[in-house]
Design a protein around this ligand. Structure first.
Ligand code: SF4
Ligand code: SF4
Ligand code: SF4
Length: 377
């Protein structure tokens, strides 16, 4: 079996907006088309070493669209030719704030990204702001871009970062903003962390967070059937408890350090986009300075520490006796590090996760009972 390989590329550290809680340390640096062949060769070599015939390339930033559609058209051709010559396949995914969206992107998204893109928006939007400080105009531009992309036949998935104002909002209002106002049918909620130079991404209290998450899951469950909406991580949890195939988000992966690597415009590599620019002391090395990504990753002490985390948590934390260990694995290292200053404790959202797991398991069980009762009638 081919082993999956995922890489998060940050081809630019520039951004066209100024969100309060941004964890990136931004700069004017961008990857050039002259540097791209070298980086592509490194990735393809690494795929061959791992025995991976396919790789998922997640393009993020900074803001990727500041590089322009022409750059991506050329990059797609360059990378596609190089991969095909070795019988390998690169699957590209796009994560953008959509603030620089225009019709010039339609063709790039169709040809390179399979007519789909990912974006981010919070509700209420109190942290995502334009450089002039306006959150209202940001939301307006974002909604217009979503509508244009959808009208062009592009699927739009959304990440919503929760913050204290969200937790004071009725879950139904939150849900309606995405589904009814923006017309989104695929979105997920993410927990914040106070990474890098950010403000406003502070770790939330687990009690109010759990209350909001359970309320939101109930809204989603009550509307499932009327509206075909995929709301993560509830959708994935329900599938898992129902015994259906499902991929849980990275925060609950067995060991995310085994799954991901992120590389920025300078070639700096780290576990994921949350680490590369925010915590350079956890760098895995430099992709341009190393002859082989495999050697760089294999020789990295920083990566070895991440790989050792789950075992250490099982030994030293309550994770070892937790009934949810096989789903949670101690949670997300960056959320832990940003809150506690070490990766070797359990995720600060532990109690909220437990509430969510219990609620999802009970919901899956009720659905199963209803199905059995319906079949018996
Ligand atoms: S969170 Fe994303 S969109 Fe906002 S300033 Fe940071 S890089 Fe830009
Ligand atoms: S550190 Fe956290 S956000 Fe990054 S890949 Fe791991 S689980 Fe995901
Ligand atoms: S739910 Fe909490 S105790 Fe259980 S595995 Fe996750 S972090 Fe550890």
């Amino acid at each position: 079996m081919s082993r999956p390989f995922s890489v998060i590329l940050l081809p630019t550290l520039r951004c066209n907006v100024a969100c309060d809680y941004c964890f990136e340390v931004k700069s004017g640096l961008s990857l050039t088309l002259e540097q791209l062949p070298q980086l592509t060769e490194r990735l393809l070599d690494h795929m061959e070493e791992r025995g991976s015939t396919q790789a998922q390339i997640y393009w993020q930033g900074g803001e990727v669209m500041t590089i322009g559609p022409d750059w991506f058209e050329k990059a797609n051709l360059q990378m596609g030719d190089a991969a095909r010559a070795r019988g390998l396949v690169l699957n590209h995914f796009l994560q953008t704030n959509l603030i620089g969206w225009s019709a010039r992107w339609h063709n790039v998204v169709r040809t390179m990204f399979g007519s789909a893109l990912g974006t981010s928006m919070d509700y209420p939007n109190v942290h995502r702001r334009l450089k002039n400080g306006s959150t209202e105009k940001y939301t307006e531009l974002w909604l217009a871009a979503v509508r244009d992309a959808k009208a062009a036949g592009i699927e739009v998935g959304v990440i919503a970062v929760l913050h204290p104002t969200t937790l004071e909002t009725p879950p139904a209002d939150f849900y309606n903003f995405y589904v009814r106002d923006a017309g989104i049918t695929d979105f997920q909620v993410n927990m914040p962390f106070p990474g890098g130079p950010s403000q406003g991404g502070d770790t939330l209290d687990s009690g109010p967070l759990a209350h909001f998450l359970v309320g939101l899951m109930n809204v989603w469950l009550a509307r499932t059937g009327d509206e075909d909406v995929r709301l993560g991580p509830f959708y994935e949890l329900l599938n898992t408890f129902a015994g259906r195939p499902s991929t849980l988000p990275c925060i609950w992966q067995k060991n995310c350090a085994d799954e991901f690597v992120s590389i920025d415009a300078r070639g700096s590599a780290a576990l994921c986009d949350c680490w590369v620019t925010s915590y350079p002391e956890h760098s895995f090395g430099n992709a341009f300075a190393s002859q082989s990504l495999g050697e760089m990753l294999g020789g990295s002490e920083a990566r070895a520490r991440f790989l050792a985390r789950p075992e250490k948590l099982m030994r030293d934390e309550e994770c070892g006796t937790c009934e949810w260990l096989s789903m949670c694995h101690g949670g997300c290292p960056v959320r832990t590090f940003a809150d506690k200053g070490t990766i070797f404790t359990k995720d600060p959202y532990c109690e909220a996760y437990k509430a969510l797991f219990s609620h999802a398991r009970a919901a899956a069980s009720r659905m199963r009972m209803r199905k059995l009762a319906a079949a018996a009638r």
